[in-house]
Write a protein that binds this ligand. Sequence first.
Ligand code: F3S
Length: 65
Amino acid sequence: MKVTVDQTRCQGHTLCAMKAPDMFELDDVDGHSSPVSPDVPADQVGKVIAAVRSCPEQAISVEDA
Ligand code: F3S
């Protein structure tokens, strides 16, 4: 699975980083989220799906890879 964060949608709500702290890092300046890696390890899939659902801006996308 691959994950991306749309920087034009992200408003820095931080829920993604709470749901999947090992997968998302927040920018120190604007608080926008970026994936630590685009490739989602198998043991992180559930947390990343939870992050997708948690984001109020629908900024996070996943696709099968
Ligand atoms: Fe941004 Fe959504 Fe996370 S707005 S900081 S991707 S919860």
